[in-house]
Ligand binder design. Structure first.
Ligand code: TRP
Ligand code: ZN
Length: 496
């Protein structure tokens, strides 16, 4: 009886519903953020990228970048729409070859609505055609695209990708990359991995770079400008590609005297961390006015300022250590930054000891003694510093102090097995501070909750350091190790 009073419109709607595949009924928009509490809008929900293919063209005179990104991804839920993080101007988006609707939202979201919803588990190809002048685009009022007199550079942390390719911008979604860039003859394009080939046509030279191991979006880098490129192979067999801006002026010699040590230092670090995880190593020094260095995967970014006071192998060791601690094993969430910076700083301490410029114990004593109990330094918790203190000096120095405390607690045999085992345990993946504690307990056979809590999670100065040295370092100020100034020179980022 009741059926009779159903309006014709309702009947039509009901049959329309039946015509839609089951996945569509349950499909929903992917979240605009991947769920990182430090940066709620960064990354996106609902899909996982496996590969970025970027085919670009760049004109240094005007800072115009144009190209096509082809993104291979898999839906991790039934998706009616999904976001990419991106700031340049988009002219077309295709999903599975079919034109998709797109719009902007929030600070850096490109919202893509495919013609038909994507069922969970679907492998999909997303093509984004775009162009724009990156130096004119900002989000949250900032822009990290670094213009230089002869081009530009994308290298920043955590935000760099938005200005040059659409992505799921969070380190937990790693992918492989092919980056192909055409620049006017005489200009070079530098990116991650190996230079597969170059070709020249009608005044443009195309550089084809390949990163064949998973890479976090913030570790993807692009430099466009006039560079001198050097190639070599380390004694241990790692191919090295470095690049120096032709306009480094007085810093040119010191930059080369540092970065040309890359092969030797990669081999030396392999002794502590295990085999180098990537098919190429190296660094580049563009003519930027920034002050920091960044561990961009296989091709480290160095500001010329890093070499303004002379050569510095310590900063090279720091960035190369990140290739294992940060790049090979990447953080799960941005709160896990200690896994990156605590260990990269500790590698500098190991290098200091190797160079006879102060042992790791002396450096730890010095850091411990240098900061009185009421120094705000001790209020930063390296194990979860919060977004505002993510790159605070304490994440580095207190972070390395924590590594030394761990070493003194579990002994050298377990400690060095741990240092080498970790990159193997989580090769090409992601891990958290909690994962590290668990692994350290497993390798050492010791419960370590109290030690991790004291050194990484308490907002106060630990009462004692080490066993033999604690009395001395509590009372007297330890002498400044010879390596200190060079280690400190790595800290430019904290000045921002
Ligand atoms: N991860 C870099 C290093 O220690 C430093 C860094 C922190 C940084 N924040 C940054 C670099 C912002 C560039 C931009 O090696
Ligand atoms: Zn670092």
């Amino acid at each position: 009886m009741h059926r009779r009073i159903l309006a014709p419109g309702a009947l039509a709607a009901a049959s329309l519903l039946l015509a839609i595949p089951a996945s569509a009924a349950s499909s929903a928009p992917g979240a605009p953020g991947i769920g990182d509490p430090y940066y709620p809008q960064y990354g996106n929900g609902g899909y996982d990228v496996s590969h970025y293919d970027l085919r670009l063209q760049y004109q240094p005179k005007t800072d115009e970048l144009q190209g096509t990104a082809t993104i291979l991804a898999k839906a991790t839920q039934d998706l009616s729409s999904f976001d990419l993080d991106f700031l340049l101007d988009v002219s077309e988006v295709r999903v599975g070859g079919v034109k998709a609707a797109f719009t902007r939202s929030g600070e850096h979201e490109l919202v893509v609505t495919p013609k038909t919803p994507l069922a969970k588990g679907t492998q999909v190809t997303v093509v984004v055609r775009y162009s724009g002048v990156p130096s004119t685009k900002s989000a949250y009022g900032f822009n990290t695209w670094h213009r230089t007199p002869d081009g530009a550079v994308a290298a920043d942390e955590p935000e760099a990708a938005w200005w040059w390719f659409p992505s799921n911008d969070h380190p937990s979604d790693k992918a492989t990359y092919d980056v192909s860039v055409a620049v006017p003859d005489g200009t070079q394009a530098i990116s991650n991995g190996t230079l597969a080939s170059t070709s020249s046509k009608l005044g443009w030279t195309r550089y084809n770079w390949r990163q064949d191991k998973p890479q976090a979006t913030y570790l993807a880098t692009l430099a466009l400008g006039r560079f001198d490129i050097t190639t070599s192979t380390s004694e241990g067999g790692v191919p090295v590609v470095n690049a120096y801006s032709k306009d480094l002026g007085a810093n040119d010699g010191a930059a080369r005297a540092s970065v040309e040590r890359t092969g030797e230092l990669v081999d030396w670090l392999s002794g502590y961390f295990g085999p180098y995880p990537f098919s190429s190593a190296g660094g580049y020094v563009p003519n930027t006015t920034t002050g920091y260095a960044l561990e961009t995967q296989t091709r480290v970014y160095y500001s010329p300022k890093q070499f303004a006071a002379g050569s510095n192998t310590s900063v090279v060791v720091h960035e190369l250590a990140h290739q294992w601690y940060g790049d090979d094993v990447s953080l799960k969430g941005w709160k896990d930054i200690w896994i990156n910076e605590g260990f990269a700083r500790y590698a500098q301490w190991l290098w200091s000891e190797h160079e006879g410029e102060g042992t790791t114990r002396e450096l730890a004593d010095y850091v411990y003694a240098s900061h009185p109990a009421d120094d705000p330094f001790w209020t930063v918790k390296p194990g979860d510093p919060g977004p505002d203190a993510q790159f605070d000096l304490a994440v580095y120095d207190r972070g390395a102090l924590a590594v030394q405390a761990l070493r003194e607690k579990i002994g050298d045999d377990a400690f060095f097995a741990l240092l080498k085992g970790w990159p193997k345990e989580h090769a090409y993946g992601n891990a958290s501070v909690a994962d590290f504690q668990k692994y350290a307990e497993q390798v050492s056979g010791k419960p370590l909750a109290a030690l991790f809590d004291t050194w990484l999670f308490q907002p106060s100065k630990p009462e004692a350091r080490g066993s033999a040295s604690s009395a001395r370092s509590l009372t007297a100020k330890a002498a400044q190790p010879k390596s200190w100034k060079k280690i400190e020179a790595t800290n430019d980022v904290h000045a921002h």
